[in-house]
Design a binder for this molecule. Structure first.
Ligand code: UDX
Ligand code: ADP
Length: 468
């Protein structure tokens, strides 16, 4: 049981596992990194010669992949063999919010975590450091530990295999769209655990490119909780600024100015104060829901309802925007073509999980609008899946939307353009030309504050911008 790591296996080749392992492989050429996923189609895409087909779009990712893939970075569905020969295993599987049973709508569904732990228990050999990388409720490491430790007990069919485990929590703080730069230059690396040897083994990997002062070590639970708290604080800032955007609209103040004036106080800080259509992504809502759930579990009703409000304001912001659009278009959308620019939950990612575009498009379709959606990186199949599947009711199923293959196709003959994602290209559109092909009065609703007001005014549009 030494500190020298020769081979890493990561279970889960998603938005976290893929980029994280790619950067570890690039920074540690002496380590072999195997990223394993049970989804063969996803693995095929990770191995595609055409790097535009990678399943995750992240600026800078394809460069790292082309440098390391099939040298010391491998994408495969072969789990058993790779678990058996790895010194270190990362668990980066999906942990969505439960849709049924105890804790539905709040607690995380840990079935993929449990399945991974059982696979590790079965196939790992010798001493293995197991690292929890997925965002998880506090004390999940305990579950993983229990499954792994019992693999070695006398009544286990595996008793003849000599195996032992150390469990660490190493939460991921990367944000999609900037994952590669966040991984290469993190604000901090957090490692939770009790086994100093295992902690040092993981530190020795990060030390290849991260200053020692940025590596924080804690106990397992503090590490798990810190991840939830960091995301809850970030989401809280967005709900705070979004709540004020509504007040600005009523009173004539401008949220952009208020953000700058507020954020220049260094105790507050200027980042993460952009008003918008509400936060999306796979983490914020899920993590706060976990926080709400565990606070309730421990009888902290006030704390729980405090954090629940951050989610409530987020839902309210999305609904508020839909209502404004409906009202401005004479309270009827029936049969009207509405152009939606952007379907990913933020710019520079192809991820649509919890995207505010989903709820806003649904609201508008509910009113009878024909939605035309354009996004530079999201695929038609993702849009269909997101709009057709209601995870809570397994019902709905809208038909009145189209996926536009070009911006022109998206905006021709429409009554309104709604900017929902801040893709750079949406800030540089030819509004004169767009105006000429729309139905009048033509509207622009800018939920990301990226459209040049002077240009759209000149073109003749009616213009609404968040928080002004
Ligand atoms: C987040 C955390 O930032 C990251 O540390 C954690 O590891 C995972 O969760 P991510 O969800 O990928 O990352 O993106 P983030 O940049 O945090 O944006 C989340 C949402 O908030 C997006 O919908 C974004 O548009 C929105 N947002 C962000 C705002 O509306 N305003 C802001 O000022 C910042
Ligand atoms: P994240 O954003 O957390 O990375 P994703 O859903 O993008 O989440 O990726 C998680 C990946 O984990 C999926 O591709 C899924 O197929 C994979 N996965 C989940 N459970 C297992 C398992 N037991 N073995 C292998 N892969 C798994």
């Amino acid at each position: 049981m030494g500190n020298i790591i020769k081979k890493i296996c990561c279970i889960g080749a998603g938005y976290v596992g893929g980029p994280t392992m790619a950067v570890i492989a690039e920074k540690c050429p002496e380590i072999e990194v195997y990223v394993v996923d049970m989804n063969a189609e996803r693995i095929k895409k990770w191995n595609d010669d055409d790097l535009s087909k990678l399943p995750v779009f992240e600026p800078g990712l394809s460069e790292v992949i082309s440098k390391c893939r099939n040298k010391n970075l491998f994408f495969t569905t072969e789990l058993k063999k790779n678990l058996a020969s790895s010194d270190m295993v990362f668990i980066s599987v999906n942990t969505p919010t439960k849709t049924r049973g105890v804790g539905a709508g709040q607690a995380s569904d840990l079935k993929w975590i449990e399945a991974s732990a059982r696979q590790i228990a079965e196939y790992a050999q010798g001493h293995t450091i197991v690292i929890e990388k997925s965002t998880l409720p506090v004390k999940t490491a305990q579950t993983i530990k229990k499954i792994l430790m019992e693999a070695n007990q006398d009544n286990s069919p595996l008793k003849n295999n000599l195996k032992s485990f150390s469990i660490l929590s190493n939460p991921e703080f990367l944000a999609e769209g900037t994952a590669i730069s966040d991984l290469k230059n993190p604000d901090r690396v957090l490692i939770g655990g009790e086994d100093d040897k295992a902690i040092n083994a993981l530190i020795s990997i990060y030390k290849k490119w991260v200053n020692k002062e940025k590596i924080i070590t804690t106990d397992l639970w503090s590490s798990e909780l810190s991840k939830l708290v960091a995301n809850a604080f970030l989401a809280q800032r967005i709900s705070s600024i979004n709540s004020i955007s509504a007040l600005c609209e009523k009173t004539g103040a401008d949220i952009k100015d208020v953000s700058i004036a507020t954020g220049t106080d260094k105790r507050i800080g200027k980042y993460f104060l952009n008003a918008g259509p509400g936060f999306g992504g796979s983490c914020f809502k899920k993590d706060i829901s976990n926080l709400v759930y565990i606070c309730n579990y421990y009888g902290l009703a006030e704390v729980s309802s405090y954090w629940q409000k951050v989610i409530d304001i987020n839902s309210w912001q999305k609904r508020r925007i839909s209502k404004i659009i409906i009202e401005k278009l004479f309270n009827t959308l029936s049969g009207k073509k509405i152009s939606v620019l952007g379907f990913s939950f933020k710019a520079n990612t192809n991820d649509t999980r919890e995207s505010p575009s989903i709820d806003i498009c649904r609201d508008l379709m509910e009113e009878g609008a024909n939605i035309s959606i354009y996004d530079p990186k999201v695929k038609e199949s993702q849009v269909s899946a997101a709009l057709n599947i209601d995870t809570f009711n397994n019902s709905l199923g809208y038909k009145n939307f189209k996926f536009a293959s070009s911006l022109n196709d998206c905006m021709k003959d429409s009554y309104a353009v709604i900017v929902l994602t801040e893709w750079e290209e949406f800030a540089h559109l030819d509004w004169d030309q767009i105006y000429s092909m729309m139905i009048k009065p033509a509207w622009i609703f800018d939920t990301r504050s990226i459209v040049d007001k002077a240009k759209v005014d000149k073109a003749g549009f009616n213009f609404w911008r968040i928080g002004s």
